[in-house]
Design a protein around this ligand. Structure first.
Ligand code: MSP
Length: 505
């Protein structure tokens, strides 16, 4: 079974920030989870390099668009291993192989009769690289996202006949309620469509930084057409030594934030229909990470507003796994939510260092002290086993719906349960009473087993920490999801954790 997952491709007009890391980590958690399920996973991320925003930024900096793209694409590429993203490929839309495939695809759209030449006039945001509809213009003709004045623009363009797909798109949303999640975003996308679709500009004549329109080389494609196609073109050259489009297309799951919903939920399926290609199975739309601005208001973290949290700095202090954990613990995937340095520190201390790190250190230390480092081969405690019953199934089901935060909460409930178990059983007291030796065996085995199960399930979230802990528990069976059953593994020989998993700061 194949599982093809994508993130948006990021603009190279500035450096990466935590918002970009967030989408990529979310997709990575799901990619890793599906690998744990033994599926043929392909995970794609990359950079969106053409278009006016990049051309303008390059002009401001006195470099060519290509130079700017190379410089910033390298920063995004460097971000991926740093956040432990396990992407199988990193696409850059300036790649000539991508351009060729875009041209071939769009030629099909042209030959199928879905484009025409016309005059466009409208309010245009150079940062969004988008003409705004009447209901998308903020006060004083400004962009509601970037808060900058919009330009009145007019030009001769090629148009994509989006309006011709009105019925097919309505049909798609009527018959496929899972096409966009969460439901609120599904409804939003559907109302764009039922509101009536207008044709959209497909090319730009003023710009040279882009993919040339093959039937009219004086134009380049409007950047969104070139960008959306990355999800499709990458499979032909980025997925190994042969073209894997037939094996991997359509995408199983596409992750993005609500800022680019319209492009993905309306224009993208219409483009695919226009070329006769199957549609992605599902789009999952997450919310914004917000931070307080100078006035104390929670606003979207974005490079143009300047209120960004530098993921590199955060990782230097707390480690990559802590960042990965925090983002999905603090903000429910799918909703907006505020992040802060104080929030990081508090969750790091109470949840990672105490709940999980301390549990691991104590469990291993007790096995070392009371049983010479060998986890007793005793029966597991049936009461604790009952509390773990169904956990793996719940996590799988939640992650099938991309409910990353909810799945993490279920796992964390068991981490807390294990901490309570230590307090209830007080192994240090049992150790003093030789008659309780059998019971102590059960308690230690059960703790090690509980810890192992949560660690298998946390692997997708915190790959480094969980590798280390599995090693320390003397387990070498890997992280296959069907090993996440309480009582399923044999006991191992433990090694003390030094330093602890999450050292106190
Ligand atoms: N290049 C386009 C996308 C093309 S996809 C075919 C683009 N790029 S972007 O650099 O602006 O990235 C937007 C995406 O980055 C969002 O959809 C989201 O995935 C992520 N985020 C950027 N800022 C974010 C937050 N503050 N919070 C959450 N996600 C954020 O749009």
């Amino acid at each position: 079974m194949s599982f093809y997952i994508t993130t948006p491709i990021y603009y190279v007009n500035a450096a990466p920030h935590l918002g970009h890391a967030y989408s990529t980590i979310g997709a990575d958690i799901l990619a890793r989870h599906h690998r744990q399920r033994g599926e043929d996973v392909f995970f794609l991320t990359g950079t969106d390099e053409h278009g006016e925003p990049v051309a303008l930024a390059a002009e401001r900096e006195g470099v060519t668009p290509k130079e700017l793209a190379d410089r910033n694409a390298a920063r995004f590429q460097a971000l991926m291993p740093r956040i432990n993203a396990s992407n199988d490929f990193f696409i850059r839309t300036s790649d000539p192989r991508h351009k060729e495939r875009v041209q071939a695809f769009m030629q099909r759209v042209h030959d199928n009769g879905h484009v025409y030449k016309g005059l466009y006039e409208g309010w245009y945001c150079p940062r969004c690289a988008d003409f705004k509809g009447e209901n998308e213009i903020a006060e004083g003709n400004t962009c509601p996202i970037h808060r900058i004045p919009l330009d009145r623009e007019e030009e001769e363009n090629w148009f994509f006949r989006l309006s011709a797909f009105q019925d097919q798109l309505e049909q798609l949303y009527a018959t496929n309620p899972g096409f966009v999640a969460p439901p609120q975003r599904f409804n939003e996308a559907r109302s764009f469509i039922t509101g009536g679709l207008q044709d959209v500009s497909l090319s730009r004549a003023k710009l040279t930084w882009g993919v040339e329109v093959p039937w009219d080389p004086a134009h380049v494609f409007y950047v969104w057409f070139d960008a959306l196609l990355n999800y499709y073109t990458a499979l032909s050259f980025g997925a190994g030594d042969h073209d894997r489009t037939a094996e991997l297309w359509p995408a199983t799951l596409q992750i993005l934030a609500k800022d680019i919903l319209k492009f993905h939920a309306v224009i993208w399926p219409a483009m695919l229909l226009a070329a006769g290609e199957p549609l992605p199975e599902k789009l999952f739309i997450h919310g914004y990470l917000t931070m307080k601005d100078a006035a104390g208001e929670d606003v979207k973290m974005s490079k143009s507003l300047g209120n960004v949290l530098d993921p590199f700095e955060v990782m230097d202090t707390f480690g990559t796994d802590a960042l990965r954990y925090y983002c999905f613990r603090e903000v429910s995937f799918g909703q907006d939510g505020a992040v802060s340095t104080a929030g990081f520190e508090s969750r790091y201390e109470t949840e990672l260092a105490n709940d999980y790190g301390n549990l691991a250190s104590r469990t291993i230390a007790m096995i070392a002290r009371y049983r010479d480092g060998v986890t007793p081969d005793a029966e597991v405690d049936p009461a604790l086993a009952a509390d773990f019953e169904g956990l793996d199934g719940d996590v799988v089901e939640l992650l099938d719906r991309a409910e990353i935060t909810q799945a993490l909460e279920r796992i964390w409930q068991r981490v807390r349960r294990l901490n309570r178990y230590v307090e209830e059983q007080a192994p240090w007291k049992l150790a003093k009473d030789p008659e309780q030796a059998g019971h102590l065996d059960t308690v230690l085995r059960s703790l090690a087993e509980g810890l192992r199960v949560v660690t298998v399930l946390l692997h997708a979230y915190m790959p480094e920490t969980t590798e280390r802990l599995m090693g320390a528990l003397g387990q070498d069976a890997g992280f296959a999801i069907d090993t996440a059953r309480f009582g399923a593994a044999r006991a191992g020989t433990v090694t003390p954790l030094d330093p602890p998993l999450f050292p106190k700061k």
